[in-house]
Design a protein around this ligand. Structure first.
Ligand code: COA
Length: 146
């Protein structure tokens, strides 16, 4: 397996299981939901999935929805394996997703931050601004300056 980020359009059982275990470390309730929906989200609903592969297994992933019509993208899930957090993988995944959105002409990205200092600090460091008390955060790119 070549390490790095790949965009995934077919979600096999092994990947579903790996993503499940990454999420299960921090959010067990959501992990089951993700396990059941990831394949359909990507293969049927057109959600966007990028996975960061280590040498032998996925170490993190980001899943989102990009609407060119609304000029709006959402981040639904961004999770990094606990053992590899704070090593830059989350930032690489987020930047790859942002790049994808911009290539599609979408410059407005929204997400709900987890209720943790870790998540809030991570998104703030990456330029996201808190919009309301429900932890909705947003980042707007200037398309011309990039
Ligand atoms: C939030 C998350 C995606 C960040 O990914 P990451 O690969 O760990 O982050 P990076 O290494 O790219 O960036 C590190 C930055 O993230 C934040 N961060 C990561 N882990 C942290 C921790 N344990 N405590 C505080 N801040 C933390 C900090 O801002 C840190 O920057 P700093 O070291 O300069 O303060 C990852 O830690 C994670 O999966 N957390 C659990 C799930 C989660 O909360 N996901 C977001 C759901 S909306």
């Amino acid at each position: 397996m070549t390490p790095g980020i790949k965009q995934i359009s077919k979600v096999d059982m092994a990947l579903r299981s790996d993503c499940y275990h990454i999420v299960d470390q921090t959010r067990p309730g959501e992990a089951m939901h993700l396990y059941n929906n990831l394949r359909e989200d990507v293969e049927t609903r057109g959600h966007i999935l990028f996975v960061f592969y280590g040498i032998s297994a996925p170490l993190g992933f980001i899943k989102g929805q990009v609407s060119k019509i609304k000029n709006e993208a959402k981040v639904d899930y961004l999770f990094v394996d606990k053992k590899y957090q704070c090593t830059g993988i989350g930032t690489l995944l987020l930047k790859e997703y942002e790049k994808y959105c911009l290539q599609k002409g979408v410059n407005n990205i929204l997400l709900y931050s987890a209720p943790t200092i870790q998540a809030y600090r991570f998104y703030s460091n990456n330029g996201y601004v808190m919009l309301n008390e429900n932890r909705l955060m947003a980042k707007k790119f200037n398309l011309r300056s990039r």
